[in-house]
Design a protein around this ligand. Structure first.
Ligand SMILES: Nc1ncnc2c1ncn2[C@@H]1O[C@H](COP(=O)(O)OP(=O)(O)OP(=O)(O)O)[C@@H](O)[C@H]1O
Ligand SMILES: [Mg+2]
Length: 351
């Protein structure tokens, strides 16, 4: 099994990044810095503001989700990470290396060894079977055949496709094709995984399955995963941290819980209205203080437990109150079922 790769070397840091599409784009950065909007830039100069002053830190080994509606700049942003797009201004640092300053050879090595991509439309080679699609990246790198196959077989099995090695893409469902896409990316053994709407073409239930596969895999692979989606539920489920883009700007970034509990503006508040809060909010955000002198409850739950999980624990135990404990098992708060349920349905702010 690959060594966990949670480290600073694979963290991604985006600094003051601007992208303007159009002739002589660099000449327009100052205007945008001075406040010209995307609409004005387009009307007055016919240029498209793709990204404006993006500053994001993606810790190595975490899943970082970029969320936004169509045209908000998600693909433009992720394509800067492996420099499929050159910025108009700004820095893209991976560890200490600035991707923007790499020469062609450095860039080729970086793309090949540091990053792997999973695409929305799967992008499998139709004339190659599952195994041959999965080894493709290693084959290009000139890795010996035995090692290609050994590595590919491990990931094919890990994504649940054992027995399908000889099938061709047109013999597989969309969900299975995307499992091949994932196995192929993992076989490359790159520490950074770039996923642009990778699950968006899948039916809802298959999509949830793939999210589970990814979360499960991530516990062992600990890659830096940049995951793009326009689906807030998917963003909140997958992301250790989430950035929300609108018109090329980051309007909020934080944990799923930060965003649901403290939406930065009405636009985001409107989005999070429909979110399943029970799956996002954790006990320490809504717990009550310990009652002096009261007996701790028999049901104990870690502060990181979600409201949904806590409600299930209580129901299974036939209890209505639980003790919230920290990593050392010390009680730090309490919650009863009533409070859990109200936090699921109403904004917790002001409770
Ligand atoms: N090559 C290009 N030339 C001109 N404008 C572009 C180019 N690529 C993207 N844009 C514009 O930049 C903005 C951001 O586009 P981008 O494709 O990054 O959005 P997105 O969030 O990925 O959208 P979607 O959800 O539809 O994939 C849009 O206004 C788009 O029209
Ligand atoms: Mg896109």
């Amino acid at each position: 099994m690959a060594e966990p790769q949670k480290n600073a070397e694979n963290g991604i840091h985006i600094r003051n990044l601007y992208k303007i599409f159009g002739h002589g784009a660099a000449g327009y950065v100052d205007m945008v810095k001075k406040g010209m909007t995307k609409a004005e830039l387009n009307e007055k100069h016919g240029h498209v503001l793709g990204l404006k002053d993006i500053n994001i830190d993606m810790p190595g080994g975490d899943i970082f989700v970029i969320m936004g509606l169509s045209g908000s700049g998600k693909s433009t942003l992720i394509r800067h990470i492996n420099r499929l797009i050159d910025p108009t201004a700004g820095e893209v640092l991976v560890g200490d290396a600035d991707v923007v300053k790499m020469n062609p050879r450095e860039l080729r090595d970086f793309r090949r060894h540091k990053t792997a991509m999973v695409f929305q439309k799967f992008a499998l080679l139709p004339h190659r079977n599952v195994l041959e699609n999965t080894v493709y990246g290693l084959e290009v790198q000139g890795v010996p055949r035995a090692r290609q196959v050994e590595s590919a077989m491990r990931w094919i099995e890990r994504v649940g496709l054992k027995g399908f090695e000889q099938k061709y893409p047109n013999q597989l469902s969309g969900g299975m094709q995307q499992r091949v896409g994932l196995a192929r990316a993992l076989t490359n053994d790159a520490p950074i995984l770039l996923m642009d709407e990778a699950f968006s073409a899948l039916d809802p239930l298959i999509r949830m399955d793939m999210q589970s596969v990814l979360l499960d895999l991530q516990k062992e692979i600990k890659k830096t995963i940049v995951f793009i989606t326009h689906d807030l539920d998917e963003a909140l489920r997958l992301g250790d941290r989430v950035a929300i883009l609108r018109d090329g700007e980051v309007i909020q970034q934080g944990t799923a819980q930060d965003i649901v509990l403290n939406p930065a503006d009405g636009y985001i508040a409107n989005f999070v209205k429909e979110v399943n809060r029970g799956r996002v909010i954790r006990l320490d955000a809504v717990m009550a203080p310990i009652n002096a002198g009261a007996q701790p409850a028999s049901v104990r739950a870690h502060a990181d437990t979600t409201l949904d999980e806590a409600a299930t624990m209580l129901t299974k135990a036939g209890q209505t109150e639980l003790s919230v404990v920290n990593g050392n098992g010390e009680q730090i708060g309490r919650l009863d079922l009533q409070r859990i349920i109200s936090a699921m349905v109403t904004p917790a702010a002001g409770n």
